[in-house]
Design a protein around this ligand. Structure first.
Ligand SMILES: Nc1ncnc2c1ncn2[C@@H]1O[C@H](COP(=O)(O)OP(=O)(O)OP(=O)(O)O)[C@@H](O)[C@H]1O
Length: 255
């Protein structure tokens, strides 16, 4: 499934945060969204996750104009997305229950969809999907621990596992390693690359330029109101076309 945003505009109150933003995420592709703090990376991810309609522009999931169809069809698109927020936002429950969330959501869909899901992931017992996701992030030993007693980094990894266990077509990640030490950052980066290998499209907002270089196939640079430039990771870092991109990457002041 391909996600295509074109000419997005959005903001809060009288302020315009994003202007004329276009971005495509293809299956299996990891796209890093980089830019200074407050420039609108989270806002863009929220739009891609269909939390709210953009003020202008269009958003297509596999050619379906998601804000031009019925709310039911839009919900079907929304169900294909896993999102990890900056704040882990875990449920007041055990690690296991959190990771199983997606499986339970799918249970509520009824027998046919549930069977499709089980076929899709090659497992009859959906709970093992959650277990597998927790193993991926190195937390299988914390199954019965209450989410409220986890460290910040552990909570962030459970949030990632929860999104992964949902078996999404897209993963939208907002600074997914901001609370993590180098070893656990590597764990998540491996999981992101694996997700790409499984044909999941990933958009990840990050402040870590080295991380963008390590995991992204393409990079979109947001400066000021919109995407200044986007392209293959190596090209963006080695030969940026926009002078402000070069300055931003080099850590120079751009405003
Ligand atoms: N709910 C809201 N109401 C009003 N203003 C908001 C709201 N959410 C975000 N903003 C503003 O929109 C702008 C973009 O915020 P956003 O969180 O998208 O930026 P960001 O690039 O993700 O920042 P950071 O890198 O610091 O996480 C900021 O100026 C922020 O204050």
């Amino acid at each position: 499934m391909t996600l295509r945003a074109a000419g997005l505009e959005h903001g809060y109150g009288d302020e315009t945060t994003l202007e004329d933003v276009s971005l495509t995420v293809s299956p299996g592709e990891v796209v890093a969204i980089i830019g200074p703090s407050g420039v609108g990376k989270t806002t863009l991810l929220r739009l891609l996750a269909l939390f709210e309609p953009p003020r202008a522009g269009s958003l297509e999931y596999d050619g379906t104009d998601v804000w031009g169809v019925s709310s039911q069809r839009r919900l079907a698109c929304r169900r294909r997305i896993g999102m990890v927020f900056q704040e882990a936002g875990l449920f007041d429950a055990s690690v296991r229950r959190n990771a199983e969330y997606g499986v339970h959501v799918r249970r509520s869909w009824g027998e046919r969809l549930r069977r499709e899901f089980a076929d899709l992931v090659g497992l009859r017992n959906g709970n093992s999907v959650a277990m597998e996701a927790l193993e991926t992030v190195g937390l299988a030993d914390k199954l019965e621990q209450h989410a409220g007693s986890l460290s910040g980094g552990e909570a962030q990894r459970v949030a990632f596992a929860r999104a992964l266990a949902y078996d999404p077509d897209f993963l939208l990640l907002d600074e997914p390693t901001s609370d993590l030490d180098p070893r656990n950052t590597a764990v998540i980066e491996d999981a992101v690359r694996e997700a790409g290998d499984r044909d999941i499209g990933v958009a990840v907002a990050t402040h870590d330029m080295n991380q963008a270089r390590r995991i992204a196939d393409r990079v979109a640079v947001i400066l000021d109101d919109g995407i200044t430039e986007a392209g293959e990771t190596e090209r963006i870092f080695e030969r940026p076309e926009d002078e402000r991109t070069r300055k931003f990457i080099d850590g120079e002041l751009i405003y």
